[in-house]
Design a binder for this molecule. Sequence first.
Ligand code: SF4
Length: 457
Amino acid sequence: MSANELFDPARLKKYNINGPRYTSYPTALTFSGLSEPAPLEKALSVTQASGVSLYVHIPFCHSLCYYCGCNKIVTRHQEKADRYLDYLEKEIQRRAPAFRHRKAEQIHLGGGTPGFLTEQQQTRLAGMLKSAFDVVSDAEMSIEIDPRRTTPAYLRHLASLGYNRLSIGVQDTDYRVQEAINRVQSTSHIATLVDCARSAGFKSVNLDLIYGLPHQTADTFASTLAAVKAMAPERISLFSYAHLPERFAAQRKIKDEWLPSAQVKTGLMKQAITSLTQAGYEMIGMDHFALPSDELAEAQRNKKLHRNFQGYTTRGDLDLLGLGVSSISAAGNAYLQNPKTLNDYYGKLDNNEEVAEKGVFLSPSDLLRRYVIQQLMCNLAVDFAATEALFGIQFRQHFEPELAALKEFKEDGLLQVTGTGIEVFPSARLFIRIICMTFDAYLKGSASIQHRYSRVI
Ligand code: SF4
């Protein structure tokens, strides 16, 4: 499949529209207040997961990147992290008994900037997790880092704590672009960190890139892509910058006229896909790339890919426990989200209240639709017989209106419906979110999709 097939102009014109990214179904926008006194325990009572994946949110950052839409707190006060760890410890103590008989197979630190924590604070956090949960000895432990604040010694310390996967926010290597987004960082330092991660024992390095940033051109992005390829990371994530200054105050620092036009932005994505696939990377889902030997690429080839709040994963058999402010858990038949502000998060722990503030318990219909959407998002296919065996339905009868609604996609050459299932053509993978929307019961009659979700490109 060539980039030209992916970027067919007529399809782009028709299908480059706004839609959910389906890191969950139903999406987080449907979460509401919880009435259950112990929602996590209730959700876990019906779980079929074999183990648990722990996600810890570290909300602090040293400085503000102007493109950022994350939930973060910009501060220079390192001691705020000590207080935060005190509260995380309370939450861990409270949550861990529910997982007493299950192994923790993954730990992921996200943010914010997880590297905001000092070496000592990292040691404390790893100790808290390992003493409260039954963490397997070969657990996948990953962390996102900001290269501006990370030294080789810090990486070696993380490796000594068991971290074995690293994700580095590169975004763009061009100085003018970096200045406009308030994130000036040295490319040679990033390359040093990648080398150091390998010699310290990290098994996998991911580099994040963003296209659509101010002042990006085909030439500047070619340099960024060349620099990234030279570092030969196992994985690359390619995100689209969504300029929503009315929603994210920091983005008001980025002037509209600095941004590449829609046409240039599409060209940047096409350039990245061409460049990375020619360099031997396989495209995973809509926006990730992995070397063929990486387990994500292997999972995609074997139709075993899954998706959660961290993106694509090989482990769909784990419940996800989110710890820390704004974290989301995906456990059993529920999604549960912690408060988004530190005050509310601390207050709930001080008052011994249930930490999760909102969420949703999935109905049997939600579980079925989640499965269908996950299959499409991850494997570009749905098998009728497998779905029928899992959910006790007659697929064609149950989804008669949805199958009829796929007709337009069929006519436009995006997919086919065979006697055994739905197959989306690889050349239509950029529009997979739009195809999934056919099975989203919450979007029916919703007039606000344009304002609530990002565009495909
Ligand atoms: S992009 Fe990352 S480091 Fe920058 S402000 Fe946002 S969360 Fe912090």
